[in-house]
Write a protein that binds this ligand. Structure first.
Ligand SMILES: C[S@@+](CC[C@H](N)C(=O)[O-])C[C@H]1O[C@@H](n2cnc3c(N)ncnc32)[C@H](O)[C@@H]1O
Length: 312
């Protein structure tokens, strides 16, 4: 537990998130402008904008070029230069949107219901960018663990794999990959698919069923926490049906009972979903066994907790 006297409230994060949401960085990225021009372009209050711009200058995101306001080189690299080691794009905006929902935790504790979804502009785009960014550090090692022992050119189904980071890692290692995700995510990511990689994207809702075909590996990356026992049991039954004999399922998720983070993440799912949460290894093992899948002890690879199960 932190010492309450040293709490650092997240002002910097909230100021930067508000600047992204109001379009400030996008507006001046290639086109430095004066405070008056920026006020008019973004349709904001000039006094409020001045105060926020001064804070962003003090924090080294913005600087002045005579009368004009422009991005610092550091901010340009952070937001807009994918080749730079500090590049994050706007992947942190997913957390920014989550913070607003988390402030409603007391009401959620009374009602037991998630916060009602507000239409946040660009939410899907920010969410998928965040997932894609977060997966980059672990994708290679996770893919190696998943593909271990499979035949050459394995057929892989990546369920909820729309951010494509894991699909690309599977495909670069020789797999033929089908990615299933929600229609709006497929529409967003399809144009970014490299034609040289054997990846096809399929639109659908995995709670209703999985794409046709049979697979050597089905990968469930961070999707089991979105739903509860009933939906996961059905998903595992569907997975078992789509796997070839001795085919493998890998679940990548936070396992409850292994530390503080899965417990905290459970609160996130309480706030944001109807039935989601984090589940213990014993729960997974039982639900998998009931679907005809035999789970190995969980393993860590690339900092992720993985459960591999084999079709009996
Ligand atoms: C938390 S992200 C995980 C992304 C990626 N698999 C990873 O591990 O980084 C969940 C993904 O599942 C997708 N998804 C959520 N519910 C879904 C559903 N019912 N059917 C299909 N895809 C779904 C989301 O659009 C998103 O791409």
């Amino acid at each position: 537990m932190s010492d309450p006297s040293s709490f650092q409230l997240p002002q910097e994060f909230l100021i930067v998130g508000a600047a992204v949401q109001t379009g400030l960085f996008d507006e001046i990225k290639n086109n430095p402008c004066t405070l008056e021009e920026l006020t008019a372009k973004l349709n904001l209050d000039q006094r409020a904008l001045w105060i926020v711009v001064e804070a962003l200058k003090a924090l080294n995101y913005l600087t002045s070029d005579g009368e004009k306001i422009k991005l610092t080189a550091e901010a340009d690299n952070l937001f807009f230069n994918p080749d730079h080691e500090r590049y994050m794009g706007y992947s942190f905006m997913h957390t920014y949107h989550l913070i607003k929902a988390w402030t409603e935790l007391p009401e959620v504790m009374k009602s037991g219901k998630p916060v009602s979804k507000k239409d946040v502009p660009d939410h899907t785009r920010h969410f998928i960018r965040a997932m894609s960014h977060n997966a980059q550090r672990s994708a290679e090692q996770v893919a190696d663990y998943c593909l271990e022992g499979l035949p050459a050119k394995p057929r892989v189904l990546d369920v909820g794999g729309g951010p494509l980071t894991y699909a690309r890692a599977f495909a670069r290692k020789g797999a033929i990959v089908t990615v299933m995700d929600l229609p709006e995510v497929v529409d967003m990511m399809q144009p970014e698919l490299e034609p040289s990689l054997p990846i096809q994207m399929v639109k659908g809702d995995f709670t209703r069923g999985l794409p046709s075909g049979s697979f050597d590996l089905i990968y469930l990356g961070n999707i089991c926490h979105i739903y509860g026992e009933q939906e996961n049991r059905k998903l595992f039954l569907d997975v078992a049906e789509k796997l070839v004999p001795k085919g493998q399922l890998v679940i990548n998720d936070m396992i409850r009972g292994t530390g503080a983070w899965p417990a905290l993440f459970g609160v996130n799912m309480l706030i944001n979903t109807e039935t989601g949460g984090t589940w213990t290894y014993e729960q997974y093992k039982t639900w998998l066994a009931d679907a005809g899948l035999s789970a190995a002890p969980w393993k860590e690879a690339g900092g992720r907790q993985l459960i591999k199960a084999t079709k009996q």
